[in-house]
Design a protein around this ligand. Structure first.
Ligand code: PHE
Length: 471
């Protein structure tokens, strides 16, 4: 298998300083609000352990193989998401464009939640060092934050600014360095929090809600949510791993990383659940409170714990690290596109895109609680006619809409794009050629892997995608 076409083209773009640096950045991208905010609340609203089980199954058959495919396409293309697909075949470069669009949309609402997290870091910091106390007022604190435009917008700006500054620092000195610090700290504090939560009296009810599946709750809507979550949580289908993989040299290995990244990501999500559910049940709270779970329910939980303000501070700093490391990877997708395809200078690309996405993110920031856009939707614009009410995305406000379009539509389509681009267009010889470094590195599961991404994963994605859209 040593023909020239399987050798990724040499390029002069930025490269990761080390394999470890890439791994930390990719894990940083994967672990984010998806693990610490979205996963626990989806578990809470999708029947508990059954969701966890379905998630793990889909992770194995769809998530891990597609992670390898996405990194490999980037390594092969040595270019941004669009450029890498273009190298596979010019006709499929729009697959990359779809990913870039998804990244921009995602970052717009991600920045809003990132802003909330930053605010909570401030709240707990003040509680410890400034004498103010959030105890017993968590609903009020959260409602005010999300409803008062000046408050939610300014914290959104602070969060986005932090991300822009890191990406401006460059690939090695900004992104890689920040992740090498944040990610080990993140795991360390999750472990401490998990340990603290498990020792609470009454935590076992939470554990069984979280770990004992109730099969009567299985439905296509659970499957759809779990599939969307696999993509969202692993940063798949958007071109993040293509972009990060494109900064790997052809000598570095993508194969081991494609297993290590999902395992670490899943560990973080499971740990987050282990922190949250036992604590929620032990303090008599309800797990199904939805997106407010970590902002309203958890602070109540922290209030009841000894040293609660410290635990709150550690928790929200952890979430902040996770959110920043993911947001910078999403920003990198369109940045790489402008740099590689449009030959824009990296610094200008970061600044302009950062500014544009931050401005776009003001819309979702105004769409929660009593915010001015909370009731706004395409359907509301037309006076909510009956037929529009049955089409979900027409009824969503500017906060829920991008999440829905990204997680339930663009990312599954991005997953199909990976299967088509990798298995059907690149083909077995070329794809496995890149993975095995032209046959010099063995890949025992190569055939199984290829069968999965050619047939099993796309069929699974299609069925769940279509069913969940209509359920
Ligand atoms: N994986 C991130 C999370 O779990 C979200 C993300 C998706 C980041 C896609 C970048 C690209 O929060």
């Amino acid at each position: 298998m040593s023909n020239a076409s399987t050798t990724p083209p040499v390029s002069h773009r930025g490269h990761w300083k080390s394999q470890f640096g890439f791994l930390m950045a990719a894990i940083g991208s994967a672990i984010g609000l998806g693990n610490l905010w979205r996963f626990p609340y989806l578990v809470g609203t999708n029947g508990g352990a059954i969701f966890v089980l379905v998630y793990l199954v889909l992770l194995a058959i769809v998530g891990i193989p597609l992670m390898l495919t996405e990194i490999t396409i980037g390594q092969y293309g040595q270019s941004d998401a669009l450029g890498s697909y273009k190298k596979i075949h010019p006709k499929v470069s729009f697959f990359g464009a779809m990913g870039i669009l998804a990244a921009v949309l995602m970052l717009s609402f991600y920045g809003t939640i990132g802003g909330w997290v930053t605010y909570y870091v401030g709240v707990y910091f003040m509680a410890i060092f400034g004498g103010t106390n959030p105890a017993g007022k968590s609903m009020e604190v959260f409602s005010e934050l999300i409803s008062v435009p000046s408050l939610s917008i300014s914290w959104h700006l602070v969060f986005m600014l932090a991300c822009i500054v890191i990406v401006l620092g460059g690939l090695q000195k900004g992104t890689e360095r920040a992740n090498k610090i944040m990610i080990p700290l993140l795991f360390f504090s999750l472990l401490i929090l998990g340990f603290a939560a498990m020792t609470l009296p009454g935590s076992s009810e939470g554990l069984s809600f979280y770990l004992k599946p109730d099969f009567s709750k299985l439905s296509f809507s659970v499957l759809g949510s779990a599939l969307g979550q696999v993509f969202f949580s692993l940063s798949l289908g958007m071109g993040t791993m293509i972009t990060y993989g494109s900064y790997l040299s052809k000598k570095q290995s993508g194969k081991k990383n494609s297993v290590v990244i999902p395992i670490c990501d899943t560990l973080a999500a499971l740990l987050a659940g282990l922190v949250i559910f036992p604590a929620v049940f032990a303090t008599g709270m309800k797990p199904g409170s939805g997106p407010g779970l970590i902002f309203v329910t958890l602070p109540e939980v922290f209030n009841k714990l000894p040293g609660g303000n410290y635990i709150g501070l550690i928790f929200f700093v952890t979430v902040l690290f996770a959110a920043i490391s993911s947001a910078i990877s999403a920003l990198e997708i369109p940045v790489a596109y402008l740099v590689d395809q449009k030959k824009v200078k990296r610094q200008s690309a970061v600044l302009w895109l950062g500014l544009a996405i931050t401005l776009l993110g003001i819309l979702p920031s105004l769409s929660n609680g009593n915010g001015p856009l909370t009731q706004f939707s395409i359907s509301a614009l037309f006076g909510n006619p009956e037929w529009m009410k049955s089409i979900k995305f027409l009824t969503l406000n500017p906060f829920d809409l991008p999440d829905y379009i990204v997680s339930y539509i663009l990312l599954p389509l991005g997953g199909l794009a990976l299967c088509i681009g990798g298995a059907w267009i690149m083909g077995k010889e070329k794809l496995l050629g890149v993975i095995t470094h032209n046959g010099t590195k063995p890949f025992k599961l190569g055939n199984l892997y290829f069968t999965i991404i050619k047939y099993i994963a796309p069929i699974a994605i299609l069925i769940i995608f279509v069913q969940s859209l209509f359920s």
